[in-house]
Design a protein around this ligand. Structure first.
Ligand SMILES: NC(=O)c1ccc[n+]([C@@H]2O[C@H](COP(=O)([O-])OP(=O)(O)OC[C@H]3O[C@@H](n4cnc5c(N)ncnc54)[C@H](OP(=O)(O)O)[C@@H]3O)[C@@H](O)[C@H]2O)c1
Length: 344
């Protein structure tokens, strides 16, 4: 089969379109013919070796896929050849961890494309237990944008952020893959949403997704704009995908006893903030990573109800995986990118 393979850490050019051996499904596993594979910023970090060096080469990146069952291993009864499926991007490998929630805290949890070969390929072998039948009604390109960002966004906003109807919420990085989905989750919950961008064209996207206030942080002060918008009170919840200096700003932007959910580190993995402006007003800082199958399914119900839509920037042939990573590295993506393993 064809795959986008890396043999060392480095720039986007280390992604090579090559022939590799097609996997065969072991007992309890299925082989999926991948119709579309999603690209996440994490793939870019993994490729450059900045989040972990614990990768054995050659390696295939990618956590997200939509495909059809192409072969079935021994003992698997739930699937038939040709079923449209979505593998869960991160799952526990040990049975005693299957019911851990949040799932990503299971000791044996692993992410496809990190601990194992990923989805930038024509086929992937996955555990049947951690594969979902697709009932979204979306095209493969659209659906491939969602396996990571949907559970992530639903968990961050609805579960960890506890956003509810009537809340005012700040979501940073409104045009990012994660942020564009999180805005829609908050709107589906009946909240009003402020978001950030650094580019007005990306701001237009955030508005079409329902953002009520778009702050261009290149020329506007985030905290002042949020205070104006909330009559000086601050938002109920902030969900921050940017990290770095944005953590302190998110803390300042929430009301007393407000919740700040930290979910990313695009702008930096370290944050400094004033303790007194955090604990005097009794604010809460919470972390979140990934999401559970129930979070994904809640989101897919919202898609079917017309409240959430995938934000597909563009789909590129798998052979252009390096170009996809250049676009991510250059912050030139609005929403999500997808790779098509069978496109010429
Ligand atoms: N917690 C979780 O479960 C989870 C899951 C998935 C991803 N993540 C994390 O969430 C973050 C976002 O991932 P993603 O895939 O959504 O990213 P993405 O689609 O690549 O978008 C990131 C956006 O951040 C903005 N940006 C880049 N550098 C910036 C800077 N220095 N200051 C301010 N804005 C900047 C850019 O938009 P503008 O050009 O408009 O500024 C860029 O488009 C990453 O850290 C990722 O690891 C977390």
């Amino acid at each position: 089969m064809k795959a986008a393979v890396i043999r060392k850490f480095g720039g986007p050019e280390v992604l090579r379109y090559e022939d590799v051996e097609t996997p065969r499904p072991r007992s309890g596993h299925i082989l999926i013919k991948i119709l579309a594979a999603g690209v996440n910023r994490l793939d870019h970090y993994l490729r450059e070796g900045s989040v972990t060096q614990d990768v054995s080469f050659p390696h295939v990146l990618g956590s997200d896929a939509v495909g059809e069952v192409a072969d079935i291993g021994e003992g698997v009864e739930r699937f038939e050849i040709g079923d449209r499926v979505v593998p869960v991007p991160g799952y526990p490998t040990e049975e005693e961890d299957y019911d851990v929630s949040p799932l990503a805290l299971a000791p044996s949890w692993r992410l496809t494309g990190m601990g194992t070969w990923g989805t930038y390929a024509q086929f992937i072998e996955v555990p049947a237990r951690w594969t979902l039948k697709d009932e979204s009604g979306l095209t493969p390109e659209e659906l491939a944008t969602l396996p990571t960002v949907m559970p992530t966004g639903v968990r961050a906003v609805r579960v960890v952020g506890e956003v509810k109807e009537g809340d005012r919420v700040l979501i940073t990085a409104g045009s990012s893959g994660t942020g564009s989905l999180a805005i829609q989750v908050a709107k589906a919950l009946g909240a009003e949403v402020a978001t950030t961008v650094r580019d007005d064209v990306k701001g237009e996207l955030a508005e079409t997704l329902g953002a009520d206030l778009v702050i261009n942080t290149r020329r506007e002060n985030l905290v002042e704009r949020v205070r104006q918008w909330t009559d000086g009170r601050g938002v109920d919840v902030a969900v921050d995908y940017l990290g770095g200096d944005f953590v302190a700003q998110s803390i300042d932007a929430v009301k007393p006893r407000g919740i700040v959910v930290v979910a990313g580190f695009v702008a930096g993995d370290e944050a400094t903030f004033k303790l007194r402006s955090f604990f005097f007003p009794q604010k809460e800082l919470r972390g979140t990573m990934s999401g559970d199958v129930a979070d994904y399914q809640w989101g897919i119900d919202q898609v079917r109800a017309g409240h959430i839509r995938p934000v597909l920037d563009r789909a590129l042939p798998l052979r252009e995986a390096a170009e996809a990573h250049r676009l991510i590295a250059g912050n030139q993506v609005k929403g999500n990118l997808v790779l098509l393993p069978w496109a010429a």
